[in-house]
Design a binder for this molecule. Structure first.
Ligand code: G4P
Length: 304
C-alpha cells in the first residue's frame, strides 16, 4: 500500500527539533496508547539518545485503549527502564485535568536538578501527529496555546511556553519518519488518523482494521453492528457492515467505501469500545519478521 508518508515540512521540522533538543532537559514523548509501538517515532528516540536526554513516554488516549493491553505495555516499559534505559512511562488521558496534573512531577523525577526558578525544568513535547500533544500542552498551560484538531499536522511551527517560573514547555510539530519498514505500522497509524486522509485509501485501511478487530475483538464488533464476525476477513467484514447498514450503490452493489469510513470513524471515536491494535507480544512478533519495505536508494541520507 502507498502512504504519502513524509511531507516536505517534516524534514525541516526534524532539523528544528534536533536544534531545540540541545536546549531542553527532558523529552515528553506522546504516543497513542492503542498502538504505543507503532506510534513511537524511532527518529525521536535516536535524536534524544544522541543528546542523552531522558524521556517520559505518555501513553495518551488510554480512555480509548484496551486496559489489559495498556497494563502489558506499562509492564514492558517498566522492564526496559529497569535495564537502564532513561525512560519512564505513564498511561493517561490528556482530556482529564487530574491525569495531566501528574506530568510535571514525573518529568521532574527525570531531571531532579532542574527544580527552581534559576533552573526551570525545560521540557520538549514530541510525538507523531494527532496523538494529543496540543491537548496536553493546553492542559499543562491551563490556557489555549496550541491548536487541537483531529486533522493530523495542525501544529506546524515550534513555540516556547512558560507554564510558570519552574516549568517551560517547547511545543514541536508532529513528526513522522522518512521510511516505514513494516506496512502494518503504516496501516495502524492511518487507522488511528496519524497520517492525513489524502495519504491513504480508506478501504485498504479499513480492510486491515476489520481483520484485526474480527480476530481480537469480535464481541465489540457484534455489539456494534449486530452480526457475528467470526471467520470474516477484512473485506467480508466491510461487506457485512455495508449490508447491515443499508449502504448500497446502484445495482445493489455494497457501498464499501461508506462502510469502510463507518468502521474507521467508529474505531477512532471509541464508539466500538476500548481497543488496542498492538500488545508488546504482537509487536515483538512483528519486529522479528524481516522488514518488507526495501530502502529506496538515497533514503539513508534522509534519515541521517
Ligand atoms: P496533536 O497535537 O498531537 O496533533 O493532537 P491534538 O492535541 O490536536 O489531538 C488530536 C485529537 O485527539 C483531538 O481530537 C483531541 O481532542 C483528541 N485527544 C487528545 N487527547 C485525547 C485523549 O486522552 N482521549 C481522547 N479520547 N481523545 C484525545 P478532536 O476530534 O479534534 O477533538 P475535539 O477538539 O473535537 O474534542
Amino acid at each position: 500500500m502507498s502512504i504519502g508518508w513524509f511531507p516536505g515540512h517534516m524534514a525541516s521540522a526534524r532539523k528544528k527539533a534536533a536544534e531545540t533538543l540541545a536546549k531542553v532537559d527532558i523529552v515528553v514523548e506522546v504516543v497513542d496508547a492503542r498502538l504505543p509501538g507503532a506510534s513511537s517515532n524511532p527518529m525521536i528516540d535516536s535524536l534524544r539518545r544522541h543528546r542523552q536526554r531522558p524521556c517520559l513516554k505518555v501513553l495518551n488516549k488510554a480512555d480509548l485503549a484496551d486496559p489489559q493491553a495498556t497494563a502489558a505495555w506499562m509492564r514492558a516499559l517498566v522492564d526496559s527502564a529497569a535495564k537502564g534505559d532513561k525512560v519512564r512511562a505513564v498511561a493517561l488521558t490528556c482530556r482529564k485535568a487530574s491525569d495531566v496534573a501528574r506530568i510535571p512531577r514525573l518529568a521532574l523525577e527525570l531531571a531532579p536538578h532542574r527544580d527552581n526558578p534559576l533552573k526551570p525544568l525545560r521540557v520538549m513535547v514530541m510525538g507523531i501527529p494527532n496523538v494529543g500533544k496540543s491537548t496536553l500542552i493546553n492542559a499543562l498551560a491551563k490556557r489555549k496555546v496550541a491548536n487541537v484538531g483531529d486533522e493530523p499536522a495542525i501544529t506546524k511551527s515550534q513555540q516556547r511556553i512558560d507554564v510558570n517560573d519552574q516549568f517551560v514547555l517547547f511545543d514541536t510539530p508532529g513528526l513522522l519518519w522518512p521510511r516505514i519498514e513494516h506496512p502494518s505500522d503504516g496501516l495502524m497509524l492511518a487507522a488511528s488518523h496519524a497520517v492525513g486522509v489524502n495519504a491513504y485509501i480508506d478501504e485498504e485501511v479499513a480492510n486491515f482494521l476489520g481483520e484485526a478487530l474480527a480476530g481480537r475483538y469480535p464481541a465489540l464488533l457484534s455489539a456494534r453492528y449486530r452480526f457475528d464476525p467470526s471467520g470474516m476477513d477484512g473485506p467480508d467484514l466491510i461487506d457485512a457492515i455495508a449490508k447491515r447498514r443499508g449502504f448500497v450503490l446502484k445495482g445493489g452493489i455494497p457501498d464499501r467505501e461508506k462502510a469502510a469510513i463507518t468502521l474507521l470513524n467508529d474505531y477512532r471515536s471509541g464508539a466500538l469500545g476500548r481497543i488496542s491494535l498492538e500488545t508488546p507480544a504482537s509487536r515483538a512478533a512483528m519486529l522479528a519478521e524481516p522488514a518488507t519495505v526495501p530502502v529506496p536508494p538515497g533514503d539513508e541520507a534522509a534519515e541521517a
